[in-house]
Design a protein around this ligand. Sequence first.
Ligand code: NZQ
Ligand code: ZN
Length: 388
Amino acid sequence: MYDFTFYNPTRVVFGRGVFPKLADELAKGGVSRVLLLYGGGSIHKTGVYEQVVGALNSHDIVFFECAGVKANPVVSKAREAVEAIKANKLDAIVAIGGGSVIDSAKGIAAGSLYDGDMWDFYARKAKVEKALPIYAVVTVSATASEMNYTSVMTNEELGHKVGLSNELLYPRCTLIDPSVQFSVSERQTMDGGIDAICHVLETYFDGAKGLEIQKEYAEGLVRSIIRLMPILRAHPDDYDARAQFAWAAVNALNGTTWAGHPTRGEFSSHAMGHTLSAKYDSIHGETLSAIMPAWMKYACREDMPTFARFAERVFGTNESSEEERALAGIECLKGFFASLGAPVALGDMGIPKADLPELAAHVTRNGPIGSLKKLEMVDVLKIFESAY
Ligand code: NZQ
Ligand code: ZN
C-alpha cells in the first residue's frame, strides 16, 4: 500500500422513500433558500418533484427552480443558474438527477461565490476557494458524482468537455432511493453499468504492484456489476438489483478504489471519451464501451500480470500463457459490453473515420495523457483506429 489520505464528507441517506428526509438535512445544515436544479422532466413523471417540493414546503424552505440541464451538461445552462442564485441570494443547491445535474451543481456552487466566469475553474485559470453546499437527490445511478468531488462540464463555444476536482465540491448530503430508478431506460441503465465498470478499471490498471485488498475490492465491484446488468435488463423494477447497483456505482468512484494506489487512476479512456462527447454529444457510457477495450489492448503489455489476473478473476479465463489470458479477458469485457446492446466500435456510433486525427490531436492538446502508458497523439490515434 502507498501512503494516502482518505477524505469523503458526503452523508449518504439510502433506501425506499428517503427523499422527504431532504428537508431535515437542509434544516440541520441551516439552509432556508435553495435552488432546485434538474434535467429534462423525468422528475415530473416519476413523482420525485412532488416528493421534494412537498418536503421543502413542510419545512418552509424557499426555493427557486432551474430546469433543463441536459445530458453532457453545458456551461451556458450552468451560468443561468449562477445568475439565479446571485439574484435571489440562495444559500444551497438541491440537485435532482444523475451525473449531469450533480456535476452542474458543483460548477454552479463554486461559480455562485466567484466574481469571474465559472468556466475559469475548468480552464484552470482560477482555483475553487469557496462553494455553496450541494444536496443531491439521485434519480439515476452511474457516475458516483453524488459522492465524489468531480464535475465534468462542456463548453459548447470552445468544444471542450473538461473535468474539475476540488474537495469543496463534495455534496454535503446525498439521498438515494433506488425505487425511483425503475423508470430509467434500458439504454441508460446499461450505459451506467459500463461507466461504473470503467471507473473501477481506470484505477485497477494504473500499473501499481501489490495492493491485494484494493485489487480484490475492484474485482468484486466489477463482478457484481456484471452480474447485475442482465438482471436489470430483464427486470428493471427489481428493487434489490437497483439498490445493489446504486451502491456499487457509488463505490466505483467515491475514492475507495484508489486509496492506497500511487495515482488517482489512469482515466485515459475517459479523456478520449470526453472528446467524442464534446464533438458529437455522444453518451458517456457508450464512448467507454467502444474505447476502453481498445485502450486495454494497446496498454496491456505494460502490466501483463494484472491484465491476466483480471481475466482470470472476473471472467475465469484459463488460457495457458499470461498474454493469451490477458487478451481473452479484454475480448470477454468487449463481448459483455456488446451483450448489453452498447456500441463497441466507433464506426457504429456514426463517427466519421476522417475525423480521427483531429480527435486525437484534441485529446492531447495539453500534452500526453495516461499513467500506465504515456499516450502521445500518435498513440491515441492508433487506439481510435483500433476501436473503429
Ligand atoms: O433529463 P431527464 O428528463 O431527468 O432524463 C435523464 C437523462 O436523460 C434520465 N433520467 C434520470 N433519472 C431518471 C431518468 N429517466 C427516467 N427515470 C429516472 N428516474 O437519464 C438521462 C441521463 O442522465 P445523466 O445525468 O446525463 O446520466 P449520468 O448519470 O450517466 O451522467 C453522465 C454525465 O456525468 C459525467 C459524464 O461525462 C456525463 O456528462 N461524469 C461525471 C463523473 C463524475 N462527476 O465523477 C465521472 C464520470 O466518468 C462522468 O464523466
Ligand atoms: Zn465515467
